[in-house]
Write a protein that binds this ligand. Structure first.
Ligand code: CFN
Ligand code: HCA
Length: 538
């Protein structure tokens, strides 16, 4: 943007105490792409106490993110009521209960043990048993899952033994998660715990091989604003059979049967890669990385799937679908792009969207000035060249690793070694080019776990045309007179995935970046300087 990135970085760091500045300097990186080499960015490390982070907790990553979207598991939060309440549908994960034959849909309920002083002092296991019994009596679910919040670990309740006892008593699948909020450094630890337990307790329980061609599971897609419905529509049109979704609009039966699919497609690699790796080891099921955010990316992903299956019928069908869907997209771009071309965006979200959504902005001719993840790991930034062995994985310190062994009875050798070789030969593997940094311009700032202070500084320095982040950031950004798009919940919009989703996104962004109302806005602290924040070190 004409500004010297070194100077900007200096400016961002200049107000921090020396030690803090030294640490943050490793997480604020000027992008420099050489082949597929990018500079090292420190990530997945503890937020420095005192800095205001965008991050959430381990419980949020486990209960809210990975298992929250499943329709027919009764998810009980063992803890104070706030944890359950604030992770109850705020993410806008949608469901279609008509897709479950028994019509079970517990999404509209918020189940919690509502822990009180009484349990903190005398233990909460009794109340948890009662809660499981009550949920069973009222709903007769196929499965009940229990999620631990911070106090559970602190007082030492053994949720796993309670779950085992109640499973024996009630004869349904009941399992627990030690996803206490304080574990690890972010939501990321919770993803890992969710992956381990769903793999251990559910995946592989139903070996029925169902009818259908080109059987896939869609991993890391959570049906926010109806994204998964649009992707399912496209799969159906192409003749691709979806066995299970992890976990937008998902059901426990589909999880149990998911190992019978031919291929795992990973959309958000950050939150679900552990399940994919474990399924590959135990069942010989290969996986590839896809992205349905952006019309071009959607077409590319469909072609990638067709290339994997090496089937002429599928290849033709995919091309036919692309030819049917693209004209509307191109028409919309032709109309909107003249108004959005050259506008500048910043994206600071989660562990995959800050990367994926750059595709949609690109299609509108917009520029990404700066971006970063809340809790991504180095492989999310760099693409897949950082192997777990050289990665500092702060999450796994607290996490019991599942040792996964191949299951000789269910392992399908035809699926694995040959297919893995095929993935490699065709370049279908998740590669070092598929990370955020290799796909961004040189000289842009890539910032991990951005702080509120840095957010405000960036806005003052760049005055971007749109800023994308979450609810905690939204209103300060808008008070600066900058349009703000939530890329978590999509505000009230969506779907944004697939071809139809792209059309929705173009329209929403056009409206936002071209509205004159933002220019008239003055923040309260711009009118009354005494309202401006002062920092402890000033
Ligand atoms: S839907 Fe996903 S796409 S799962 Fe993950 S890393 Fe969160 S809840 Mo918010 S929007 Fe976000 Fe990603 Fe994967 Fe969502 S970018 S922070 S934990 N995320
Ligand atoms: C979470 C969920 C969240 C929060 C979004 C936000 C989501 O991490 O606990 O900060 O606006 O997408 O709902 O990421």
């Amino acid at each position: 943007d004409g500004m010297d990135p070194e100077k900007i970085k200096e400016e961002l760091l200049s107000r921090y105490p020396t030690k803090v500045a030294r640490k943050r300097a490793k997480q604020i990186i000027i992008n420099k792409v050489e082949g597929c080499e990018v500079p090292v960015i420190q990530s997945n490390v503890r937020t420095i106490p005192g800095l205001m982070s965008q991050r959430g907790c381990c419980y949020a990553g486990c209960k809210g993110v990975v298992l929250g979207p499943t329709r027919d598991i009764v998810n009980i939060t063992h803890g104070p009521i706030g944890c359950g309440f604030y992770s109850w549908l705020t993410r806008r994960n949608q469901t279609d209960p008509s897709t479950t034959p028994d019509g079970h849909n517990f999404m509209t309920y918020c189940f919690s043990t509502d822990m009180q002083d009484q349990e903190i002092i005398f233990g909460g296991e009794k109340k948890l048993k009662q809660a499981i019994q009550e949920a069973y009596d009222n709903f007769k679910p196929k499965a009940i899952a229990v999620f631990s919040t911070c106090p559970v670990g602190l007082i030492g309740d053994d949720v796993h033994s309670v779950c085992r006892e109640m499973k024996d008593k009630l004869g349904i699948n009941i399992f627990g998660f030690s996803c206490e909020g304080y574990k690890g450094v972010s939501q990321s630890a919770g993803h890992h715990i969710a992956n381990n337990q769903i793999f251990k307790h559910v995946i592989g329980n139903d070996d029925t091989v169902k009818e259908g061609d080109f059987k896939i599971n869609l991993l890391g897609e959570y049906n926010i604003g109806g994204d998964a419905f649009e992707i399912e529509r496209i799969f159906k049109k192409c003749g691709i059979t979806q066995v299970a979704s992890f976990s937008g609009n998902s059901s426990i039966d589909a999880f149990a049967n998911s190992h019978t699919a031919d291929l795992n497609l990973i959309m958000c690699h950050r939150s679900i890669n552990y399940v994919a790796e474990m399924m590959e080891k135990k069942y010989g099921l290969p996986w590839i990385k896809v992205n349905f955010i952006g019309a071009e990316a959607t077409a590319k992903s469909l072609r990638k799937i067709a290339a994997y299956f090496e089937d002429q019928k599928l290849t033709d069908k995919v091309e036919e679908v692309i030819v049917q869907e693209m004209p509307q997209v191109l028409k919309s771009i032709a109309e909107i792009k003249p108004r959005t071309e050259g506008k500048r965006a910043m994206l600071f979200v989660g562990g995959s969207r800050a990367h994926h959504y750059q595709e949609l902005f690109k299609e509108l001719g917009m520029i990404t000035l700066s971006a970063g993840y809340e809790f991504g790991h180095r492989d999310d930034y760099e693409g897949r060249k950082v192997l777990p062995s050289i990665k500092v994985d702060a999450d796994s310190r607290n996490i019991e690793e599942l040792s996964v062994k191949a299951d000789p009875e269910k392992f399908n050798p035809r699926k694995s070694p040959e297919n893995l070789q095929k993935l490699k030969e065709k370049g279908l593997e998740f590669s070092s080019y598929e990370g955020m940094m290799p796909e961004m311009k040189n000289g842009v700032l890539v910032i991990d776990d951005i702080t509120q202070y840095e957010t405000e500084k960036l806005i003052e320095l760049f005055k971007p045309d749109i800023f994308c982040a979450g609810i905690k950031e939204k209103y300060t950004i808008q008070k600066y007179g900058i349009p703000m798009k939530q890329l978590h919940s999509y505000d009230y919009g969506g779907p944004y995935a697939g071809f139809k989703g792209a059309l929705n996104f173009y329209k929403d962004i056009d409206r936002m970046v071209n509205s004159r109302v933002w220019g008239y806005l003055k923040a309260p602290w711009q009118i009354k300087p005494e309202l401006a924040a002062t920092y402890a070190w000033e």
